[in-house]
Design a protein around this ligand. Structure first.
Ligand SMILES: O=C(O)CCC(=O)C(=O)O
Ligand SMILES: [Fe+2]
Length: 391
């Protein structure tokens, strides 16, 4: 049983307000028995109106200045850049890994397969050279990003390592995580690892002016380009085609939407669940990896096609690894935004009238990932997020 979040218009109050509803649902369980689900708590009312007119903050319109300024390029000593795919982070050398002596995906074809930024190598023969995210240059990021929209408010400024008492700094993963071991979470992370080290895999996205986002990204199905804010079949950075979305991911999305319908039907008499959260078969997924300094400014997801947006086809978001402070609101103003902590295994859905909410990640809370997930996947500290959408 996993927790999920649904951001939808509050049908109960018959107003245009939105609520975040929190409950545990078996989105990933194989049993498919939704009847056993229970509400685990009530979220806070949002009071949103959904503003389509505001600019996408990933590339803020204000003053023509990027909010991601001054970020150094990724120059870790244990990676190098491939001439063919200059922006993909590559392993230094496949033979550098003692464990690569077994059957390795890097051998023979001269292809580069590992950005090695997300996973430890210790147990997985298919990854090389662990690169601890705290040691990478951007982890010491003293970004000059001072926009008022960048999560420097009192509400979220206390998310620092020292505050986390759930695990000692040396330990990887949270022993006390309330989530029981879950096969689906392990499967998703491993699949992202496999896809992320291939062509079209994780890279550090940025803008023409050199500014970088504070995350690594990979697209599945279609490529989303932050610079042009448009979708294409190939990514401009290296011409790579995005990997396909794995079929079982699409099934999970379907189950998540079905669960949200069951939930709405149970909670709200006479609600039209299908218009609150329309069914969708996603054809694209943006996978983000945030290290402990990762974040994403408040923005709307509005680069999908007109019909998809008009119909409010939902964005379905899976969170894995460390907990994120997720903000959402009807304006691009962090002081007015609501906050939820998205933990590993959480699913968040926003569709229908809530499709255009502003949302972002103010911070990642270190050492909060379930220990079993880290141990089984060799995932580095940080958070993996998958947002499924229909173009
Ligand atoms: O990481 C998240 O939870 C949000 C990601 C997101 O909003 C996006 O990729 O558009
Ligand atoms: Fe988004």
């Amino acid at each position: 049983m996993l927790r999920s979040w649904l951001i939808t218009s509050s049908v109960a109050s018959r107003s245009s307000r939105f609520s975040a509803l929190r409950r545990r649902v078996p989105f990933f369980s194989s049993s498919g028995d939704n009847k056993t689900t229970k509400m685990s708590g009530q979220g806070t009312p949002g009071g949103f109106s959904g503003n389509r007119a505001s600019p996408h903050p990933r590339k803020p319109a204000s003053a023509g200045k990027s909010m991601y300024q001054g970020h150094a390029e990724y120059k870790s000593p244990d990676v190098f850049r491939n001439a063919k795919y200059p922006n993909t982070v590559m392993p230094q050398h496949r033979r550098a890994s003692p464990e690569s002596s077994g059957e390795s995906m890097y051998q023979g074809d001269g292809m580069y397969r590992s950005p090695n930024v997300l996973f430890h190598s210790a147990k997985s023969p298919n990854t090389v050279i662990p690169q601890h995210s705290r040691a990478s240059p951007e982890s010491d990021d003293k970004s000059t990003y001072e926009s008022p929209n960048v999560f420097r408010n009192a509400k979220s400024s206390h998310t620092v390592i020292g505050q986390c008492s759930r695990a000692s700094p040396e330990s990887i993963g949270s022993n006390t995580s309330r989530s029981p071991r879950n096969d689906a979470e392990v499967k998703i992370v491993k699949k992202c690892r496999d896809l992320g080290v291939g062509l079209g895999g994780f890279y550090r996205p940025g803008y023409q002016d050199g500014a970088k986002l504070h995350l690594r990204m990979m697209c599945l199905g279609m490529n989303w380009d932050p610079q042009s804010r448009s979708y294409d079949s190939k990514r401009p950075i290296d011409g790579a085609e995005p990997p396909k979305i794995p079929e079982d991911f699409i099934e999970m999305v379907d189950r998540a939407i079905q669960s949200s319908h069951d939930f709405l039907n149970t909670q709200y008499h006479g609600v039209n669940a299908a218009s609150e959260v329309p069914k969708v078969s996603p054809d694209l997924c943006i996978v983000n990896f945030y290290d402990n300094n990762g974040r994403l400014g408040l923005h709307q997801d509005r680069d999908e096609c007109e019909e998809s947006l008009r119909r409010g086809l939902p964005v379905v978001s899976f969170s894995l690894g460390d907990t994120a402070k997720f903000l959402y609101g009807d304006q691009r103003d962090i002081n007015k935004a609501q906050e939820v902590e998205l933990e590993s295994g959480d699913v968040l859905i926003f569709g229908g009238k809530s499709r255009h909410i502003f949302h972002g990640v103010s911070s990642i809370i270190p050492i909060t990932a379930p220990k079993w997930l880290i141990e089984e996947t060799d995932m580095l500290p940080g958070r993996l997020n998958l947002t499924f959408r229909k173009y």
